[in-house]
Design a protein around this ligand. Structure first.
Ligand code: ATP
Ligand code: MG
Length: 447
């Protein structure tokens, strides 16, 4: 018993439970009307039923930092079943980490029950990663389990105070990301926190506390034990944070990218493709910040394009015909990523569509351009070509030609077509059998 206590306090570095400091509106600066109506209604309804309920986590942090939150989490002492009982439009989701989705008009709120601290009985894998997590606890325990001090803030929209368990408000004001408890122990429990640290620092323009920063380099290998689907989600959050360029810069400055994820190595270590990748990330950041839609398939296609080109070249040099070489290159590149990142089937197919359309932009004769323009993924593929041209990898004139061709009338398009010098050769070869795989890639040159 005493040994267990000793281990818990001194060796495992588990975060210490603390009493909250109550911060009034004059100090935290959040006005009730800044909080979404759905989040307020959810807290009020739970409180009316005698439960405690707070807006928690990233939303409180963002509001104090002056950034509009993109979603709201609510924490309560009601169990998931009790929450279900209060809201007709709600459902329990998750197993390892049960939460309730409460629908309020157009909003969906994530409501979670205060969770207990981990102890020696918590189910973990052999590296210390927590595997199961549905033991309810006190608000102090719930706060101590969160990752960074500024993520352990609880806002009560009824009395408008913030409960601050680990000096998070001060850390926001000082722009320093600090971990609750011992960073090494917390990274071991959940290695994804390393990626979260970098993402949050970029989003809120924070400096990493040296203790948060220092262990990342040594501990990056632990990311290998995280399930691929979770890493994929985390990578999506990083790439679509609106601060991807800054995240990547921070990773590079700190030398943290090596071995963290093959996708990051690709982004950061391709001399040829660097300009292209950075343009694409900057483009994505601008779209996210302007609240425009972004397509994961498009972004992943750009990030991996130069890998595909390199592998395609090698295969062609080794005598593979261009079309099967392209298919081989695409599969090789995507399979390598799939070892760590579970890229969904749908996104993989979007990526391939965009890649396969690239060589077809070379054909500006006959019926090919019209057929290309009718492809459902034409627009994305053309945007991709525009980026390639901007980075100097494809001729600007080609991208412009396709821009004009799309906008032109039927007659104008006819005039734009270049004479088809290949026609005779093609007609002759047609009788000798079909192209392999019936592929959409041209058998032409490098795109
Ligand atoms: P954002 O929503 O801006 O991406 P966030 O901090 O809200 O950032 P979420 O993934 O929405 O991130 O998590 C909500 C809250 O849950 C966090 O603020 C934090 O308190 C807690 N949390 C999330 N992930 C972890 C983790 N890996 N370890 C500990 N606590 C976490
Ligand atoms: Mg959040």
């Amino acid at each position: 018993m005493i040994r267990k206590l000793f281990r818990r306090v001194f060796l495992r570095g588990d975060p210490v439970r603390r009493k909250a400091e109550t911060i009034p509106a004059s100090k935290h600066g959040i006005r009730r009307d800044q909080v979404s109506p759905g989040a307020r209604r959810t807290c009020e309804a739970l409180q009316k039923h005698g439960f405690k309920a707070y807006v928690v986590g990233g939303a409180v942090r963002d509001l104090i930092a002056g950034i509009p939150p993109k979603d709201y989490d609510v924490a309560t002492n009601a169990t998931p079943d009790e929450v279900r009982g209060v809201f007709r439009r709600s459902r329990i989701i998750g197993r390892r980490f049960q939460i309730v989705h409460v629908m309020q008009g157009p909003e969906t709120l994530e409501v979670s029950t205060f969770r207990a601290a981990h102890d020696a009985d918590t189910l973990k894998d052999e590296h210390g990663r927590v595997l199961r997590d549905n033991v309810w606890g006190s608000i102090e325990e719930d706060a101590a389990r969160r990752d960074f001090t500024m993520n352990a803030l609880y806002y009560d929209p009824t009395d408008e105070v913030v409960l601050d368990f680990h000096n998070g408000v001060q850390d926001i004001q000082r722009k320093t990301l600090r971990m609750i408890g011992d960073p090494r122990a917390r990274y071991r429990e959940d290695p994804v926190r390393m990626l979260r640290a970098v993402r949050l620092a970029a989003k809120l323009d924070l400096r990493l506390d040296p203790q948060v920063q220092a262990p990342i380099r040594d501990m990056a290998d632990l990311i290998d034990n995280v399930p691929a689907a979770r890493l994929f989600d985390e990578m999506m959050k990083l790439l679509f944070s609106g601060h991807a360029v800054d995240c990547i810069r921070r990773l590079r400055d700190d030398g943290l990218h090596h071995g963290l994820l093959p996708l990051l190595d690709v982004i950061l270590e391709q001399p040829m493709g660097e300009k292209f990748v950075m343009l694409s990330l900057a483009n994505t950041d601008a779209r996210v910040r302007a609240d425009k839609s972004v397509s994961p398939g498009f972004l992943f296609a750009t990030l991996l394009w130069h890998e595909v080109l390199a592998s395609w070249e090698v295969r062609k040099k080794n005598g593979e015909p261009p079309v099967p070489a392209m298919f081989g290159a695409m599969d090789e590149v995507l399979d390598l990523q799939a070892e760590k990142l579970a890229i969904t089937k749908r996104i993989a197919s979007d990526i391939k569509d965009i890649w396969l359309l690239q060589p077809r932009f070379e054909k500006r004769a006959g019926r090919a351009p019209q057929r290309l323009i009718e492809q459902p993924r034409f627009r994305a593929a053309w945007d991709f070509l525009v980026l390639r041209a901007e980075s100097g990898e494809a001729p600007q004139e080609l991208a412009d030609w396709w821009g004009d061709f799309q906008d032109a009338s039927h007659e104008e398009r006819e005039k734009m077509l270049v004479p088809d010098t290949d026609k005779k050769r093609k007609r002759r070869s047609r009788g000798r059998g079909r192209k392999e795989g019936g592929a959409k890639v041209s058998d032409g040159d490098t795109p």
